[in-house]
Design a protein around this ligand. Sequence first.
Ligand SMILES: Cc1cc2nc3c(=O)[nH]c(=O)nc-3n(C[C@H](O)[C@H](O)[C@H](O)COP(=O)(O)O)c2cc1C
Length: 348
Amino acid sequence: MESPLPLPDLLAAGSLPTALAPMQDVTDLAFMRLLGKYGVPDYFFTEYFRVHEHSTPEVHIVDSILHHGTGRPVFAQLIGENLVHLKRTVRLLSGLPIAGIDLNMGCPAPKVYRKNVGGGLLRDPGRVDRIFGTLRQAIPGRFTVKMRLGFDDKEPFEEILELVRKHQVDCLSIHGRTVKQMYRGEVDYERIGQAVQAVPCPVFANGNITSAAKAMEVRSLTGCFGAMIGRSAIRNPWIFAQTRDLSLGREPIRPLLGDVRNYVDDLWSVITREDCLERHRLNRMKKFLNFVGQGVDDEGRFLHDMRRAREAEEFFAVCDRHLVEDGREREPFAAEPYAGVVARPNHE
Ligand SMILES: Cc1cc2nc3c(=O)[nH]c(=O)nc-3n(C[C@H](O)[C@H](O)[C@H](O)COP(=O)(O)O)c2cc1C
């Protein structure tokens, strides 16, 4: 087999490659479709399929692969450690139109890593060796890995990179933090740069890539192949189009607060379901707007008011007040999150 297998073509040749980071309960069918409207990434990664004794591929994730309708390639992510069931799951997914299969080695949730899956695998390079060997053999096409720098320190990093080489992994995404850092602390782009030198496959840098300009900066810092973007794609769904344009020397779109107000309407109709209780729809909106609010005002007033809204009517009135009224709709939506305006803790 050729190693590594080349990735599918980019949307625009010569642009900085982008990928939507997998985010459980976020990067689903609805959100993928929404990015089809605002600007697709070159590559999608699904939420993770859980792999264990009784698992079958989750139908809603399969649906996201089948029906996103953007035309862009999708990598299916797995989380698990049992060799028999990983192989079984690869077989079950093999009939789907996927660009490859990705292994999650980064999830920092204690209930996950305690089972020695996700980020927990980084504590056991011997196990990683066996899993990589099994997946490499079982996957007929691209086998990709998403990892962090280590579990509680950055020790086994080089050993894992050696395994990436040994098993001819086709693409590596690196979130430049340890598992124990969760989402806090500096992202170590230098380490990502070391990985770029150490492995033959394309590397996606990941972690706090907050804008198109930051994506360009991270590429020059690390020499990475591309930028994988998670939370900032929720805040700013134009970010992939902006990155593509900036990297090609074109003027990127500069959304205004009025455009963000339209994004709120799109989120409401796409990511929440009409047949759900209003309270649940609002909670889901707040989860997304928690990120959007980081670009609305520098004191977090929108976030403060939005989080307190109890009914849809009040919620939309808050959105109108902060995003449209008194000429606000013509004000720019910040390209970077405002310093000190913090989204609530995330769950992986
Ligand atoms: C809500 C949420 C869910 C996530 N779910 C997953 C997941 O299913 N698989 C995975 O590999 N990483 C997951 N992540 C981690 C992201 O893919 C990414 O590595 C991390 O958010 C850092 O990138 P960012 O700073 O661009 O958000 C999740 C992150 C968030 C915020």
